[in-house]
Design a protein around this ligand. Sequence first.
Ligand code: BDP
Length: 717
Amino acid sequence: ENGIDGWLRYAPLSSELASQFKRYGNIIALRNDESSPVRTAAKEIQHGLKRILNQEANIGHDLITGSQVEGPATIVIGTVNSFSHAGGDVSHIAQLKEDGFWLHGDDYDNVQILGQNERGALYGAFAFLMLLAQGKQCPSAHVSNPSAPIRWVNQWDNLDGSIERGYAGPSIFFRDMVVQDDLTRVSQYARLMASVGLNGIIVNNVNSHHDLLSPRNLAGLGRIANAMRPWGVRIGVALFFDTPKILGGLSTSDPLDPGVIAFWDKITAQLYQHVPDLIGYLIKANSEGQPGPLTYGRTLADGANMFADALKRHGAGVVVYRAFVYNHHLDESNWKNDRANAAVEYFKDMDSLFEDNVLVQIKYGPIDFQVREPTSPLFAHLRKTPTIIEFQVAQEYLGQQSHVCYLPPLWKTILDFDLRVDGKPSLVRDIVSGERFGWNQSGYAAVVNVGSDSTWLGSHLAMSNLYAYGRYTWDPTSNEVDVIQDWTRLTFSSHSTVVDTVTSISMESWPTYENYTGNLGIQTLCEITKTCHYGPRPDAADGNGWGQWTRADAHAIGMDRTVATGTGYAGQYPVEVAEKFEKVKTTPDDLLLWFHHVPYTHKLKSGKTVIQHFYDAHYEGAANAQTFAPRWKAIQGLIDDSRFQHVLFRLVYQAGHAIVWRDSINEFYKAKCSIPDEQGRVGNYPWRIEAESMDLTGYAVVPITPFEAASGGKAII
Ligand code: BDP
């Protein structure tokens, strides 16, 4: 077991459970071309039946009408239309949305899997198989529709094969500046994506490179699209704004320049020749050093519309323009500077200026994938321009897959948030589904960054986030416990000890991580200046140009983002929400330091002071992280040893690193405010054997910077 099949292992059911299923003898696929998801679905079911029930089923293509009463059962797969054309009765099937499906087991155990389109048929097939793999019978008259049409992943793969914020080895797409020859892993990835309803992918880094559009790579992109198409996954690309200058040899990349327009027109035409079903372009511009329309004195809308026009002339793709536009050389001495304000400031007046095939992709919070952020207020400002919410499955700021961190509880704080636009219910999930403002294309993207490691993400447990991401794009009201339990049964085992252990560790993992890293909405206490975004580095949280600041001094901590005395960020929300965040009293504790600058002695709603909460939470978080490895040991022997050991290794590591986090943060703030821990723990480690206190031969004791990274501020070299 090396993880390559993720949750699609289709482990055999026990013979007792398997005997409760009818024998499925025939699979009828109502389409049979090479690239059709219906054909893929039939083959997947054939494979799944063999693995799960040890049954051999034949694939045929002619519909046998009427119910099969005796003998082996039949599974029919196709679209509702093709079923009807073949003489099937569709009168009882409810209206399906794009990509939706109908799954129906009749009284004789014959199964109908009918999609609104071919992708829907494939999604229905996976739904059937994932029930089967958990020993569950096919439901009858089950209708399933996705919440939103756009359910994409973003990969941040570079052409040289490295992956920005990737923690699982080199790219499965690119190597040595070209698309790889062997795309086997790409098809396998598409299979995993399709099984949870994901239907699109941007294959390269948002910090893109002009060589992506070289003739050889255009052909390579065509091969990637071919590898993913049978799984109903369409591809798109992220573009480098200055490609006309660098690849095209033009003197400018000005979006209004006729030469530049002609350049993009030509490239787009060429790309459509290789990828006729291209989903479109993703644009990161004027952000973190990337060029963009502002570089040429044009507006963001000018830039987006240039690509939109090119796409319109040649196909049906969309431009996804990222709202992540900000200057990373912010001057901290200007009190009003606030990176969190940037997206709304740039985009709020642009709502009516974009072409109708432009969407804006917004990170869930206004900063950058932090452990706790408020919902981005930009979701309340764009009403004519459809939006995509951007999540991050790659745990860039959340332990990089070396710490377990199950993300749905975090995502829910965002998706269930009510922005109260115009004083009306406006849950983020209803905005991105398109329902609230009446859009027909909007939805979800997540930065996933799988690599060529067989675990895909670098850790078996981290894969629950990819699985869950798909489930949430399909149904954002999903229950996070159900999702992790389904994933566990499919990935590891249905044994109750396994399911309970993985569920409880996963459900505690995000709050635990938040506890020992950054509490009360303080966010980025990790190393930020050296861009690794991993271990603790609270001293780097201020005084850097990136604007992820804590404003901590000897007396107080937190960023004042109020309208009255701060950066004004709170005022970017619709009035009911803005009023709540404007006041300390009505701001929830978990976002207090995001919105307010308060003394360390400020009393929280819990009655604790801010600083004592810091101390306690860090101790509680680290203590809970210590329990994960021993709890995991309960499942030894109940799952395969290779994955058991792999996860155990990481949990043991996490237990240690949680202590490093705990002590670094606590020591740092204790030194800053000089208020001792009421329980006397911080700075007092009676059982710890310091390396510098040992008899040393050939080592020297050195002071450590930052001091809080080692107890006593000393280490040996
Ligand atoms: C930040 C990452 C950086 C990305 C950027 C983005 O650190 O590598 O390029 O987001 O989303 O979180 O563009």
